[in-house]
Design a protein around this ligand. Structure first.
Ligand SMILES: [Cu+2]
Length: 413
């Protein structure tokens, strides 16, 4: 008896954990495979309009994304179907609008690898709390590609949230409660009918496996297994079929009379105009990349050809949403506790690349972030290809963003 009780307690505790795990803060961005994070979508220049707001307040996320030229062959890519979305541990925001290159993303679209896109997501805070908010790109058959996250604190009271829209016919509809009673009623009705059907059959013997055996036995003896059913069973079944069809027909008529004009949910793909690869005054070749495990040191040898008219410095290397910053070029501070910036993480040997010259530089990205963000699993990748964005700062204040990628060699000592 006490054994059973303990088991019930354990199951209960487990259910509570599953149902009410709202307070769990991280949501698995580190758990995603290293190569998915490095070689799918490069996110940069992410800005959130504020970090503190009240329920009903507006939050705008802006930034750029560049689907990687090194997208793994075995993973369906953005040229299929993608949807720009929000990762925020539950329905804590509603999306008012979203755009890629100024085109409304109310439906899904497809993008091109190696192109550079600007995006914007406009949200309204729905529930109070502290949420880690990410822009995300859902890629059909591949999963969700997660952008950089920021902590957003929402104050106020959930009761103050208003989510009303006006229909084409001028009717005001509260999307938080619209037709809820109808939904509850239909669920209850079908639940009762389904329950009654089960109840009828569970009263009968033989039941389940014993019944299957009885059917097999009847067939083995050359009889008709349907003989197990009584005339009454048949009448009850016909009754259930009739009631079900009548309910469906009546329900349909009733809905038609209440809402004479309806349109289906739209599923067409939205077109983002095709574009050329980003124009650039430089070309960068990755000659070699090594990751030294004991020192958490990532090293690249690059040949940079500067065709512009201003000298360039490597200012940042961004890979899998980790940003390694060259402190001699720019000073950046993490904006919150989970901003994945290594402000002194980038060291460049070989210095400036003068205008019109080609030069080989060694770039070191060194920080514990490799380990803490579990990117070191990249050494277990069968193809060992890495990719990321390299940022150059021009003497004239300009900026060049180039994707680099290639194979990486792990060094174990
Ligand atoms: Cu997060």
């Amino acid at each position: 008896m006490s054994n059973t009780f303990n088991r019930v307690k354990t199951i209960g505790a487990y259910l509570l954990l599953v149902l009410f795990s709202d307070s769990v803060l991280a949501h698995g961005e580190r758990a995603q495979q290293a190569n998915l994070r490095m070689r799918t979508v490069n996110w940069y220049d992410i800005e959130m309009s504020q970090s503190k707001l009240d329920v009903g307040g507006e939050l705008i996320i802006r930034g750029r994304l560049r689907p990687s030229n090194f997208w793994p062959e075995h993973i369906p890519s953005v040229d299929g179907r993608v949807f720009l979305n929000l990762g925020a541990s539950g329905p804590n925001f509603v999306r008012e609008t979203s755009h890629i290159d100024g085109v409304s993303m109310v439906q899904s679209t497809s993008l091109q690898l190696g192109r550079d896109y600007a995006f914007e997501i406009k949200l309204k805070a729905r529930r109070p709390g502290r949420f880690h908010v990410h822009p995300i790109l859902s890629v059909k058959d591949a999963g969700t590609m997660v952008g950089p996250g920021r902590w957003i604190e929402v104050g106020g009271s959930a009761a103050d949230f208003v989510n009303e829209v006006e229909t084409m016919f001028g009717r005001m509809v509260d999307l938080e409660t619209f037709n809820l009673n109808v939904i509850y009623t239909w669920h209850a009705l079908w639940f009762v009918i389904g329950g009654a059907w089960l109840f009828y059959w569970f009263r009968k013997r033989p039941l389940l496996i014993a019944r299957m055996r009885a059917v097999e036995q009847a067939e083995a003896q050359g009889g008709d297994a349907n003989d197990i059913l009584s005339a009454r069973d048949r009448q009850v079944a016909i009754g259930f079929v009739i009631v079900t069809f009548v309910l469906i027909a009546v329900g349909y008529q009733w809905a038609e009379s209440r809402h004479p004009v309806t349109t289906p949910l739209r599923t067409a793909k939205i077109n983002v105009p095709k574009k050329d690869p980003p124009a650039s005054d430089i070309s960068v070749i990755l000659n070699e990349a090594r990751y030294r495990i004991p020192g958490r040191s990532f090293q690249m040898s690059l040949t940079v050809e500067n065709n512009g008219d201003s000298a360039l410095n490597v200012s940042e290397f961004s890979i899998a949403n980790l940003r390694f910053i060259n402190p001699s070029v720019q000073t950046l501070k993490p904006v919150d506790s989970h901003d994945l910036i290594a402000p002194n993480g980038l060291r460049v040997e070989g210095g400036q690349i003068p205008a019109g010259e080609t030069k080989t530089v060694n770039v070191f990205a060194e920080d514990a972030l490799w380990e803490t963000q579990r990117l070191t699993q990249m050494i277990n990748d069968p193809d060992s290809i890495i990719a990321g964005l390299l940022f150059f700062h021009g003497d004239d204040g300009g900026r060049e963003v180039v994707e680099i990628g290639g194979s990486m060699l792990p060094v174990f000592n």
